[in-house]
Design a protein around this ligand. Structure first.
Ligand code: F6P
Length: 323
C-alpha cells in the first residue's frame, strides 16, 4: 500500500487531531504517501484531497476539532454517492482509508469495505455510544468540560439554595450525563435510556432539600424525554417544587470544542497508530478501539448500527450515591 488517506466524519471530537497526526506520521514511517480528505465524506465525494507531510500535522495535538474539517453527508449515504467516492479514491491512486468518527461514520466505512475498498475505522465520538471500544475519542474531554461547569454551578447553587438542571450532549445515549452526574456528585441524572416522570423527579428534589442539602444538581442528557429547559418549564407550570428556585444551563457544543485532555490525546494517538498497523497487516474492515486499556479490533459489520447499552452498575451507583 503506497497511498493512504485519512478522514474525520460526523461530530468533531477533541482528540481527533491527535489521531490524524498519529495516522499520518505512522504511515510516513512505513514509507507511504499520506493524504487528508477534507470535510469528511462530503469532501470524499468531491475528491477534496490534500497531501500531508509530517510538518502539516505539527502543532495540532493540543487543538480541539479536526484540522481536516468534517461533515454529516447525506449524499455519501446514497448508492450514487458511494460509487462516486470509490471513483474519487481510485482516481487519486489512494489504496487505503482511515475513517475517524462515530456510529454513522463507521456505517459509511463498512459500506466502502463492502464495496471492496481497504478501510479501517477509529472509534471517535463524544457520546461514547459506539460498541467496539470501552471509550471513544473525545469522551474524556467532554466529561471534563461538564464537570468544570457542574463544579462552578454548585458554588452559585449552594449560595442561593437553588436547583440547577445542567444539560449535557448525547442525543440517543445518556453516557455523558450518567458519568458527569457520578463524577460531579449530582443529586439526579435524567437519561434517554431510563424511564422517569417530572413528578417523581420533583419529589426527589424536595426530599434532597428536606435532608438538608444546600443545592440540587440534576444532569440531563439532551436526548432525554424532557430536556433541561423543558423540565424547568414543566416544574414551573405545574408548581411541582414550591418554595425553591431552579435554573437550567445547556452546555451543548462547548463540550465538543474544548482542548483535548491528556487521556484523549493519548487515546487518539494509540488508535491512530493502531489503525495504520491494521492496514499494513492487511486486517481490513475493522474498527480499532480499546478494551481494558488494550487496543482491540472489531469487524465494522459487527458494530455498525449496534447500540451500546449503559452499564447498569453505574446506573445503580448514581442512584445510591445521590443521598
Ligand atoms: O457528535 C455527537 C453529538 O455531539 C451529539 O452529542 C449531539 O447530539 C450531536 O452530535 C449534535 O449534532 P450536530 O453537530 O449535527 O448538531
Amino acid at each position: 500500500m503506497r497511498n493512504l488517506a485519512v478522514l474525520t466524519s460526523g461530530g468533531d471530537a477533541p482528540g481527533m487531531n491527535a489521531a490524524i497526526r498519529a495516522v499520518v506520521r505512522t504511515g510516513l514511517s512505513h514509507g507511504m504517501n499520506m493524504w487528508g480528505v477534507c470535510r469528511g465524506y462530503a469532501g470524499l465525494i468531491e475528491g477534496d484531497f490534500r497531501r500531508l507531510g509530517a510538518r502539516d500535522v505539527g502543532g495540532i495535538i493540543q487543538r480541539g476539532g479536526t484540522m481536516l474539517g468534517t461533515s454529516r453527508s447525506m449524499e455519501f449515504m446514497t448508492q450514487d454517492g458511494m460509487e462516486l467516492a470509490m471513483r474519487r479514491l481510485h482516481g487519486a491512486g489512494i489504496e487505503g482509508l482511515v475513517v475517524i468518527g462515530g456510529n454513522g461514520s463507521q456505517r459509511g466505512a463498512e459500506a466502502l469495505h463492502q464495496m471492496g475498498f481497504p478501510v479501517v475505522g477509529i472509534a471517535s465520538t463524544i457520546d461514547n455510544d459506539l460498541s467496539g471500544s470501552d471509550v471513544t475519542i473525545g469522551v474524556d474531554t467532554a466529561l471534563n468540560v461538564a464537570l468544570n461547569a457542574i463544579d462552578n454551578l454548585k458554588v452559585t447553587a449552594s449560595s442561593l439554595q437553588r436547583t440547577f438542571l445542567v444539560e449535557v450532549m448525547g442525543r440517543h445515549c445518556g453516557y455523558l450525563a450518567l458519568m458527569a452526574g457520578i463524577a460531579g456528585g449530582a443529586e439526579a441524572v435524567v437519561l434517554p435510556e431510563v424511564e422517569f416522570t417530572p413528578e417523581n423527579l420533583a419529589v426527589h428534589i424536595i426530599e434532597c432539600y428536606d435532608r438538608g442539602k444546600p443545592h440540587v444538581i440534576v444532569v440531563v442528557a439532551e436526548g432525554a424525554k424532557y430536556n433541561a429547559e423543558g423540565l424547568c418549564r414543566y416544574f414551573k407550570e405545574k408548581e411541582l417544587i414550591p418554595g425553591h428556585e431552579f435554573r437550567s444551563t445547556v452546555l451543548g457544543y462547548v463540550q465538543r470544542g474544548a482542548t483535548p485532555t491528556c487521556a484523549d490525546r493519548l487515546l487518539g494517538t494509540q488508535l491512530g497508530v493502531a489503525a495504520v498497523e491494521q492496514l499494513v497487516a492487511g486486517r481490513l474492515g475493522v474498527l480499532v478501539g480499546v478494551h481494558k486499556g488494550e487496543t482491540i479490533t472489531t469487524p465494522l459489520a459487527e458494530i455498525a448500527g449496534r447500540d451500546k447499552p449503559l452499564d447498569p452498575r453505574f446506573l445503580k451507583m448514581a442512584e445510591m450515591l445521590a443521598k
